[in-house]
Design a protein around this ligand. Structure first.
Ligand code: ADE
Ligand code: ZN
Length: 328
């Protein structure tokens, strides 16, 4: 099956670390992991909630030590994403998760950045990088890391907010987002994944984000939904992630089609594909099978993804034209 051109807007590069690569890097870097083999590691991929996933996600990062490790992970993602129809990717990484392990920012940025710099030539996928901040850590640390990223000239176009949501509301990071905005960076934040609709409102009104990552709990608040429709706020929804982390029972129960039909500006993304059972094409296939996603829905999702991207107008128009040609 050929895939429509698509912009992947909600993707954590550390969430693309497949079990095979975890084990290979553990050997290469002489890092001990508590799993005998790939099968044993894969068996640990059964999650109760966001926190149970985050525990494994951060633990597996122990194998990422050298620039080449980050580069290999990024290359593997781009090759797989290209096969899924991704033609542009806005990739998040978690600088603090590496700093706390003693891996310098330069190692992370060099490893990921070296691959992104040639992604269009090598994979046919244009890319930008977004630094995501861990909301379960304090704002002072985030401010320091942002300053260090900017001072180092890290090739980031924006910042995001991720990790454990409940109890860590967006307003905790008001100064971080103000500083990033002043530096000319784009702003996105996870909100309404496990947390309440009120966090979505706060991300918009206090952080002034341009996109909401997830946002499915917006559906609990009719007034918020009306606002999101009126303002056409982009929402990057990740169905296989929501099912894996038990925010939604099954794909058949996922609100994404209802969100589309309500007029919300949603697009579908893969979040942490190595952990949640699939890449962008797998998410779309699951929705097609279990939720009756139609060809028209798929075209709308692809168009929404490109329009919600931070691409300059000419590349955006070119991708929209390719979607139109591919869907005719
Ligand atoms: N970090 C990586 N994946 C995440 C998710 N789905 N929610 C919050 N933080 C994350
Ligand atoms: Zn995410």
């Amino acid at each position: 099956m050929t895939h429509l051109p698509y912009a992947e807007l909600h993707l954590h590069i550390e969430g693309t670390l497949e079990p095979e690569l975890v084990m290979e890097l553990a050997r290469r870097n002489d890092v001990t992991v508590p799993y005998r083999d790939v099968e044993e590691l894969r068996a640990a991929y059964a999650f109760r909630d966001l926190q149970s996933f985050l525990d494994l996600y951060y633990a597996n990062m122990a194998v990422l030590r050298e620039p080449q490790d980050f580069a290999d992970m990024t290359t593997a993602y781009l090759a797989r994403a290209a096969r899924a129809g991704v033609r542009h990717a806005e990739i998040m990484f978690d600088p603090q998760a590496h700093l706390v392990r003693g891996v310098p920012l330069e190692t992370v940025v060099e490893g990921i950045g070296s691959v992104l710099a040639t992604s269009e030539d090598d994979h046919g996928v244009s890319t930008v990088l977004i630094a995501a901040f861990l909301r379960d850590r304090d704002e002072a640390e985030a401010l320091d890391v942002l300053d260090r990223l900017l001072a180092a000239g890290a090739p980031i176009v924006g910042i995001g907010l991720d990790s454990a949501e409940v109890g860590n509301p967006p307003a905790k990071f008001a100064r971080l987002f103000t500083r990033a905005r002043a530096a000319g960076l784009h702003l996105v934040a996870h909100a309404g994944e496990e947390g309440p609709a009120a966090y979505v409102t706060e991300a918009l009104d206090v952080l002034h984000v341009e996109r909401i990552d997830h946002g499915i709990h917006s559906m609990d608040d009719d007034a918020l939904v009306s606002r999101l429709v009126a303002e056409q706020v982009p929402m990057t929804v990740c169905p296989l992630s929501n099912v894996a982390l038990r925010a939604v029972d099954t794909v058949a129960d996922h609100p994404v089609v209802a969100m589309l039909e309500r007029g919300l500006n949603v697009s579908v993304h893969s979040d942490d594909p190595a952990y949640f059972g699939g890449y962008l094409d797998d998410n779309l296939a699951a929705l097609t099978t279990s939720l009756g996603l139609s060809h028209e829905h798929r075209v709308r999702l692809a168009e929404n993804s490109v329009r919600a991207s931070f691409l300059p107008g000419d590349r955006r128009d070119a991708l929209l034209a390719r979607i139109a040609a591919a869907s005719a």
